[in-house]
Design a protein around this ligand. Structure first.
Ligand code: ATP
Length: 227
């Protein structure tokens, strides 16, 4: 098992009110698998993904990665782990505007200590793979929305992470572009043997994935856990 969430709860303090955003969530992700998390707005999807990526701390419960409880790690250890083992894809690409597509994809590798030459070579290969061989030197503002998300996907895979966490990766795209990006994610999952957890509010896109979990008011639908 690659990642396991055990009895995960997240409570936010909202003035004198407590907001229980995640309520006893249990979930496992196997190495190389692909699953969707769906649920209405405010059901806790992003919060769950943030807890899985160590960007937010659960109020109780634990997140285990390859058997290790990530909440025990220091922020430096978490940052290093995220850089090497976790890829993130967001609804809005979060690419660095002043850098080219190639440089954006090389960046996580340079942070990991890979040489510039090697990082650029891998970035080029990844960008070719996502269909952007002709766009290596373009900056984000010179790319379409779908192209930017392809760069963000290539960047997420740059350090060959074992897990990619994607929060509404197609939420900002038109239907046909969204479908193409989803198809690309399905292909990459098979080719790279990377696990993907994809948050989406689009049930028809989620249906393309082998497994879907539904969050409802911070709880996972238990019936689906064993489907
Ligand atoms: N840092 C925070 N402090 C207080 N409340 C928060 C915080 N982060 C999220 N929330 C609240 O937690 C609830 C769940 O938010 P979350 O973003 O996880 O939902 P979501 O399912 O991803 O929603 P959407 O589909 O609209 O993005 C919301 O009511 C939100 O306002």
């Amino acid at each position: 098992m690659l990642m396991e969430c055990r009895q995960l709860s997240r409570v936010y303090q909202d003035g004198d009110r407590q907001l229980q955003v995640l309520n006893d969530v249990n979930l496992s992700v196997n190495a190389g698998e692909m699953l969707a998390i769906v649920g209405s707005s405010g059901s806790g999807k992003s919060t769950l993904l943030h807890c899985m990526g160590g960007l937010d701390k659960p109020t109780s419960g634990e997140v285990l990665f390859a058997g290790y409880a990530i909440q025990d790690w220091s922020s430096n250890q978490l940052a290093d782990w995220r850089n090497k083992e976790i890829g993130f894809i967001y609804q809005f690409h979060h690419l660095l505007p002043e850098f080219t597509a190639l440089e954006n994809v090389a960046m996580p590798q340079l942070i990991a200590g890979v040489s510039t030459r090697e990082a650029k070579l891998r970035a080029e290969q990844l960008l070719q793979r996502v269909g952007l061989a002709e766009r290596l030197q373009h900056r984000p503002a010179e790319l379409s929305g779908g192209e930017r998300q392809r760069v963000a996907i290539a960047r997420a895979l740059a350090n060959s992470p074992r897990l990619v966490l994607a929060d509404e990766p197609t939420g900002n795209l038109d239907d046909s572009t969204a479908e193409q990006v989803f198809e690309l994610l399905l292909e990459l999952n098979k080719e790279f043997d990377t696990a993907f957890v994809i948050v989406t509010h689009d049930n028809s896109l989620a249906a393309k994935l082998p497994r879907t979990l539904t969050l409802h008011h911070g709880q996972l639908n238990k019936a689906e856990l064993f489907a």
